[in-house]
Design a protein around this ligand. Structure first.
Ligand code: BGC
Length: 882
C-alpha cells in the first residue's frame, strides 16, 4: 500500500519560525510494492488541522491544485505569510499506477517577520572594566512574572549577540548549543523559537538566560583576537503567552529584568571557561528567588543585522563518550584518553576542598614523553578552570566553549576522577546522519570513520577548517573540496544553505568570493576578501553540489546571480581567459607534496569549471541565453588552458598529479589530450612510487579521474595502502580523524611544524565520495538531480570481498550491498519509491544476471558489465560468471 512519510517543511519536522521566504514542503513515499512512481501531487495548507481532515471543509490558505510532477517537494505559493501564523499542511499523491495516498497533517509556524513584531529590547549587564582583561563574567539575567492560569500556548523567541542558554522555571529551553551561532551580525542575526507551553504554570514564573561571548565578542581566527562584532554579549527575548481566553501576554527583555554575575567568570570559544563554583547563584532560575538586590538589566543597542528565524539545525550534543584510560604522566598531572579525536567539551564529576583549583587542558596528540601536545593550538588557550565549592561531589560541564581533542590533561585534583567520570560531550551541526559505508577492508572502514568524525567536528555552526587551534574559520577552499562527501554523510542542505548566505554576505562589490565566510570585520576583511582560485570557486561548486544532492532549485535561484558575478569578476580581470590577474591569496594546491602544480594551472582550471557550473545553473533555471554564454566562456577558458599549458604530447605544465586530475575532471582537454593526460597521470604516480602527492585541491579528484580513465586498480591501490604518503598512513599511526597534512606526524620526522599541524581537517577526507560512489556504487544520475534517477554501479576491487553502502536521500534510502561468493557476486539493492535506477553490474562474457532465480530481462551486455533499469523496491541480484 502506498503511504506518505517524512513530512518536512524547510527540511525540518515542525519549524516554528518560517518566513519571510516562502516555506518548502517535502515528503517521501513508502510502499512494499516495486516500481512506484509519483504521477501527481497536491499540497493543501490550512489554518486548522480539521479543515484538512477526511470530512473537513478543505484548505483555507492555499491549495497547489493537482500538479503532474515527479517532484517530492513544493514551495508555498499562497498569500503573503503573516507573523505568528500557524499553518497546517498535507499532501495527496497519485502514483504512476493510479494508487492514491493522503499524508497525515503536519504543522509549521511563521516567525516574527516585521521589526515591529519585536517589543523586546537588547539587554545586558555591564561587566566590570577595572579587572584583568580576561575577567569576562557571564551575565545572568532573569525576570519573574505571574500568570493567572496555565497558558494554552507559549512561544519564546530568543537570541543573543554572543551565545546564550535560556531557561523557564529552572528548565533549560530546548537542546540547542552555542545559539545563535555565527553570522555577520551586522547583516543578520538568527533567532530561535521554542514551544515553552509545558514549562509555564499558573502563579509565579521565571524566565532567565546566561550569556557568553561566542563568535560575537569572543576570540576567533589567527592570533585569537576578539571583539569582532562587539565588546560584550547581550540578549533579546520575547515570550508570548496565550491564555485559555485567547489573551496574549508578552514578557520581553527590557530593564524590568534583573542581572547578576555568577560562577561563570569567563567563557570563550577558544580560551575556555573559568568557573568558581563558590559563586554559584543557587536557585536563581526558579520562582521565589530573592533578586531584589540584583541591579536592573541595561538596554544596549544590539547588533544591527536583520532578525531572521534560524534557518538550519543548530549545534547539538550528538554523542557522549567516557574516557577509556587515565595515566599520571608526572606526579599530579593526569592524562585521560577518550580514544577518539572529537570536538566539544567534557562533563566531569569531581570532589575537592572548597577553593581547590582544577585545570583541564586539551590536546589531539601526546608528545613522545606522554605529555599533552598543545603546540599546534597556537594562540588558542583551550584551558578550562574550575574552583570547587567543596563539601560534595560536584559535576561540571562547560557551556560556551569547545575544544578539538582526544586527550584531556587534569591537574589540581588530589583525588582524580575515574575515567568513567570524565565524559567527552560531542557537539556538531551535522545532526542527521544520512550515509553509511562499510566494507571488508578494516583500513577503509577506519578511513570512513575518520572522515565522518572530521565532518562532525568541523561542521559546527559553519564548515570550519579545524576545531582546535586559533583558526576555526569557514575556509571556502576546504568545503568546496569536501562538499560531495559531506552531502553523503549527513543532511547538510540547510546547514550549507545557511553558510552560502554567509558567503554571499561576504562577497565583495566587485564579485569576489572571499577565502573565508563569514568574513569578520577588522584585519581579516581586506586580507581575505579578494578571492583565490579553488577557494572563491566554492560560491559556484557548493550550490551546484547542493542542487545535485537535494534537487531543490531554490538554491540555484539564490546563488545564480552571486556565482555569475564571481565568474564575471574573473572574466573582467582576465580577458585572455587565463586566470592570471586577481588571484588573491593564491593558495595553489595547498599542502601537496613533491612537485608543485603551477598556480596558473590550478587557477585557470577552476575558472573554466566555475563558468561551466554557472552555465549549468542557468540551464536548470531556464535562462537559456546565460546557459549558452557561460558554457561558451567555459569552452574558451578550456581552449586557452590547452594553448597555454598543454604541450604537443598532452603533458600539462608542471607534470603533476593535480594538474592532470583537474584537467581530466573539469573537461579541459581535447579527446586526444584526454587520453594522453590519463597516461601522464599514471606515469606521474609511478614516478612517486605509486603514491599520491595531491594537496587540498587535487585530492578529491584523484581517484575519480583514475577510475574514469580506466585505472580502477590503481585507485584501489592508492586508497588501500598504508605506506607514506597515503590516507592509510595516518591510520597506521592511530589517527581517528583526518589530518591536515599527509606528514602531520611521521616515524622519521616526528611532528610537522606546529604552526600548522591540525589533526582534524576534513579536506583529505574528500575521498569519501569515491568510497560511496565507486566502492559502494551509489550515485545520482548526471542529468537528473536529487536522486530521482539513480545509478547503482558497484566496482569491486582492491581485494575487498564485500561492501555495504546506504544513503538516505530526500526520497528515502538508497542502498547497495555486494558480496563475492566464489564465482558469484551477490548484490542487494534498495531504491526508494518515486525513483528509478540504472544498474550496472560487472558481468564477464558469458555471465548471467538473475534476480530470485529468474534471468533479468533487457540487460545490455558490453563484455565487461550488464546494464539494466529497475524501479523502486528491494532486489537481490546474482551475477554468475557463467
Ligand atoms: C587553513 C586551511 C585553509 C588555508 C588556506 C589554513 O590555515 O587551516 O584549511 O584553507 O589556511 O590556505
Amino acid at each position: 500500500m502506498l503511504s506518505i512519510t517524512t513530512l518536512r517543511c524547510n527540511r525540518a519536522d515542525t519549524p516554528l519560525a518560517v518566513g519571510p521566504e516562502p516555506p518548502r514542503f517535502s515528503w517521501r513515499l513508502a510502499s512494499e510494492t516495486r516500481g512506484i512512481t509519483q504521477a501527481r501531487y497536491r499540497v493543501a495548507v490550512a489554518t486548522r488541522p480539521e479543515l484538512l481532515g477526511p470530512t473537513g471543509a478543505g484548505p483555507d490558505v492555499w491549495d497547489s491544485g493537482e500538479v503532474a510532477s515527479t517532484a517530492q517537494s513544493q514551495g508555498y505559493q499562497g498569500p503573503a505569510l503573516t507573523s505568528r501564523a500557524v499553518l497546517y499542511w498535507r499532501v495527496d499523491v497519485v502514483s504512476g499506477s493510479g494508487e492514491s495516498a493522503r499524508s497525515a497533517v503536519a504543522r509549521c509556524e511563521v516567525g516574527l517577520l516585521q521589526p515591529a513584531d519585536w517589543e523586546a529590547a537588547w539587554v545586558t549587564l555591564p561587566r566590570p572594566t577595572d579587572r584583568h582583561d580576561d575577567f569576562r563574567p557571564a551575565p545572568h539575567l532573569r525576570r519573574s512574572f505571574v500568570l493567572p492560569e496555565q497558558p494554552a500556548r507559549a512561544r519564546l523567541h530568543v537570541t543573543a549577540a554572543g551565545v546564550y542558554e535560556s531557561f523557564v522555571n529552572g528548565q533549560r529551553v530546548g537542546v540547542d548549543q552555542l545559539s545563535p551561532g555565527w553570522t555577520d551580525f551586522a547583516r543578520r542575526v538568527h533567532y530561535q523559537t521554542y514551544d515553552v507551553t509545558a514549562l509555564l504554570q499558573a502563579g509565579e514564573n521565571v524566565i532567565g538566560a546566561v550569556l557568553g561571548d561566542g563568535w560575537f565578542s569572543g576570540r576567533m581566527g589567527p592570533g585569537a583576537q576578539r571583539d569582532y562584532y562587539g565588546t560584550f554579549p547581550s540578549l533579546l527575548a520575547q515570550l508570548e503567552v496565550t491564555g485559555p481566553d485567547g489573551i496574549v501576554t508578552r514578557i520581553v527583555s527590557d530593564e524590568t529584568w534583573r542581572g547578576s554575575f555568577g560562577a561563570l567568570l569567563a567563557s570563550d570559544l577558544m580560551s575556555g571557561e573559568v568557573v568558581d563554583a563558590r559563586r554559584d547563584l543557587g536557585r536563581w532560575l526558579e520562582p521565589g528567588y530573592a533578586d531584589e538586590a540584583w541591579p536592573a538589566a541595561t538596554r544596549t543597542e544590539g547588533p544591527t543585522g536583520e532578525l531572521l528565524g534560524q534557518p538550519c539545525t543548530p549545534v547539538r550534543v550528538v554523542e557522549e563518550r567516557p574516557a577509556l584510560e587515565r595515566h599520571e604522566v608526572i606526579p599530579g598531572t593526569y592524562i585521560y584518553d577518550l580514544g577518539q579525536n572529537m570536538v566539544g567539551r567534557v562533563r566531569i564529576r569531581l570532589a575537592g576542598a572548597p577553593g581547590t583549583i582544577i585545570r583541564l587542558r586539551y590536546g589531539e596528540m601526546l608528545n613522545p614523553d606522554g605529555s599533552l601536545y598543545t603546540e599546534n593550538l597556537r594562540q588558542a588557550r583551550c584551558t578550562d578552570t574550575y574552583i570547587c565549592a567543596g563539601g560534595r561531589t560536584e559535576t561540571w560541564e562547560q557551556r560556551f566553549t569547545f575544544h578539538g581533542f582526544r586527550y584531556v590533561e587534569l591537574t589540581g585534583c588530589g583525588d582524580p576522577p575515574a575515567p568513567a567520570d570524565l565524559v567527552g560531550v560531542v557537539l556538531s551541526s551535522a545532526v542527521e546522519t544520512t550515509g553509511e559505508f562499510d566494507c571488508s577492508d578494516p583500513l577503509l572502514r577506519q578511513l570512513q570513520r575518520n572522515i565522518v568524525w572530521g565532518q562532525r567536528g568541523n561542521f559546527l555552526e559553519i564548515p570550519t577548517d579545524c576545531p582546535q587551534r586559533d583558526e576555526r574559520l569557514g575556509w571556502t577552499g576546504d568545503i568546496q573540496t569536501f562538499v560531495g562527501t559531506a552531502c553523503f554523510n549527513a543532511d547538510v542542505e540547510a546547514f550549507l544553505g545557511k553558510w552560502l548566505v554567509d558567503l554571499v554576505d561576504a562577497q565583495s562589490p566587485e564579485g569576489a568570493f572571499p577565502d573565508i565566510a563569514p568574513l569578520p570585520p577588522h584585519q581579516f576583511r581586506d586580507f581575505l576578501a579578494k578571492g583565490a582560485p579553488a577557494w572563491g570557486d566554492a560560491g559556484a561548486i557548493v550550490p551546484w553540489a547542493l542542487y545535485r544532492w537535494y534537487g531543490d532549485r531554490d538554491i540555484l535561484q539564490a546563488m545564480f546571480e552571486p556565482a555569475a558575478a564571481w565568474v564575471d569578476y574573473l572574466e573582467k580581470a582576465n580577458p585572455d581567459h587565463l586566470w592570471t590577474a586577481n588571484r588573491g591569496n593564491d593558495f595553489g594546491d595547498w599542502l601537496s607534496l613533491g612537485a608543485t602544480t603551477p598556480k596558473e594551472v590550478v587557477a585557470t582550471a577552476f575558472y573554466s569549471w566555475s563558468a561551466r557550473l554557472v552555465g549549468l545553473m542557468a540551464a536548470e533555471l531556464g535562462r537559456d541565453d546565460q546557459a549558452q554564454a557561460y558554457g561558451a566562456l567555459a569552452d574558451r577558458v578550456a581552449a586557452a588552458f590547452q594553448a597555454a599549458y598543454v604541450d604537443g604530447d598532452g603533458r600539462i605544465l608542471g607534470d603533476t598529479q593535480t594538474g592532470y586530475v583537474l584537467a581530466l575532471r573539469f573537461g579541459l582537454l581535447t579527446e586526444v589530450q584526454h587520453q594522453a593526460a590519463v597516461r601522464h597521470l599514471v606515469a606521474a604516480l609511478a614516478a612517486s612510487d605509486d603514491h599520491l602527492s595531491t594537496g587540498f585541491v587535487g585530492v578529491a579528484h584523484l581517484l575519480p579521474a583514475l577510475t574514469d580513465g580506466g585505472h580502477l586498480d590503481l585507485a584501489y591501490q592508492l586508497v588501500c595502502t598504508d605506506t607514506f604518503p597515503s590516507w592509510g598512513y595516518s591510520i597506521r599511526q592511530g589517527a581517528t580523524t583526518m589530518w591536515e597534512r599527509w606528514d602531520g606526524w611521521t616515524e622519521s620526522t616526528g611532528f610537522q611544524d606546529a604552526a600548522m599541524n591540525s589533526f582534524n581537517h576534513y579536506a583529505f577526507g574528500s575521498v569519501g565520495e569515491w568510497l560511496y560512489a565507486v566502492v559502494g556504487g551509489l550515485r545520482c544520475h548526471p542529468e537528473v538531480a536529487g536522486w530521482e534517477h539513480i545509478v547503482v554501479e558497484p566496482r569491486p576491487g582492491g581485494g575487498l570481498t564485500w561492501a555495504q553502502c546506504r544513503y538516505v536521500s530526500t526520497r528515502g534510502p538508497v542502498s547497495c550491498h555486494w558480496e563475492r561468493a566464489g564465482l558469484e557476486l551477490k548484490v542487494d539493492i534498495e531504491i526508494p519509491p518515486g525513483s528509478v535506477a540504472d544498474i550496472v553490474l560487472p558481468c564477464p562474457p558469458g555471465g548471467r544476471i538473475t534476480e530470485g532465480g529468474v534471468a533479468v530481462e533487457e540487460v545490455s551486455l558490453d563484455g565487461a558489465s550488464g546494464r539494466f533499469r529497475i524501479g523502486s523496491g528491494r532486489y537481490q541480484f546474482l551475477v554468475a560468471d557463467r
